[in-house]
Ligand binder design. Structure first.
Ligand SMILES: C[S@@+](CC[C@H](N)C(=O)[O-])C[C@H]1O[C@@H](n2cnc3c(N)ncnc32)[C@H](O)[C@@H]1O
Length: 237
């Protein structure tokens, strides 16, 4: 639990603590094709509630932004992210904030795109205290995030959050997004094809898998229509 592990995304060796959360290493890698297809390369991305930073570092490694900002309230997440930045000499490109929501992020921070894999399940305060990775008490984290994020978006800035059908319905986000003053764009699925044995770990790298692995991955992909993860896209008005 106290050991920092590693996963390689392109040229970036990402350091992580397993107990901080590893969802970003799995379905979180769906952000790569989703961002590439819908936004292309942007100047700056913020990975909100970044945990170990799997999503943000993978987007940076895949050339989808020039600058990256990572935020989380868990000091262990921040420690892992700082270690990745130090070992990969990314100080000129990556900024990190330890912050409850966006509270401690300076107002001067502006982003073209904010991505996030937040706690997915509604629950009580007590459940949240026991599991800050999974529980969002009465959807407070989401609501405060949408309320605060618009002042950090650049003129044409957008927000892309991954959610889970086991925990929420796509229809519920429109109201929360619109109440925050943002424009609701749409919800959609963009599932990445995962290679056998490599899972999303290797799928996030820029290396090409052997052809037979792609074929197996395609068959598996087609046979799993109940994939639960979906994106919520919103933007500045
Ligand atoms: C489901 S985990 C995902 C982590 C990471 N985004 C990933 O995909 O691997 C949710 C993250 O939300 C963070 N979190 C929970 N409550 C938060 C809050 N109030 N402010 C900022 N981050 C929070 C947790 O520390 C955790 O890293």
């Amino acid at each position: 639990m106290d050991e920092l592990k590693s996963v390689k995304y392109g040229e970036i060796n990402v350091r992580y603590y397993e107990d901080v959360g590893i969802g970003g290493m799995d379905f979180g890698q769906d952000f790569i094709p989703a961002v590439r297809q819908n936004f292309g390369k942007v100047g700056s991305i913020c990975d909100f509630a970044a945990g170990n930073g799997f999503i943000g570092f993978a987007l940076l490694a895949n050339g989808l932004c020039d600058r990256l900002c990572l935020t989380d309230m868990n000091p262990r997440a921040i420690e892992a992210c700082r270690q990745t930045v130090k070992e990969n000499r990314l100080e000129g490109k990556v900024t990190i904030y330890e912050s409850d929501g966006l509270r401690d992020v300076p107002a001067s921070e502006k982003w073209d795109l904010v991505v996030g894999n937040l706690p997915h399940y509604n629950g009580s305060e007590e459940q949240y205290r026991k599991d800050i990775k999974a529980i969002d008490p009465d959807w407070t984290i989401h609501r405060q995030f949408y309320r605060d994020v618009s002042s950090h978006l650049s003129d044409r800035g957008a927000v892309l959050i991954v959610e889970d059908l086991k925990a929420s319905r796509p229809e519920m986000w429109r109201k929360m997004v619109e109440e925050s003053g943002l424009k609701f764009v749409k919800t959609f699925k963009h599932r990445m094809i995962r290679y056998p044995g490599g899972s999303a770990i290797r799928s996030a790298t820029v290396s090409k898998p052997p052809f037979y692995k792609l074929v197996i991955a395609g068959i598996r992909w087609a046979m799993n229509p109940t994939y639960p993860f979906y994106f919520v896209w919103s933007a500045r008005k």
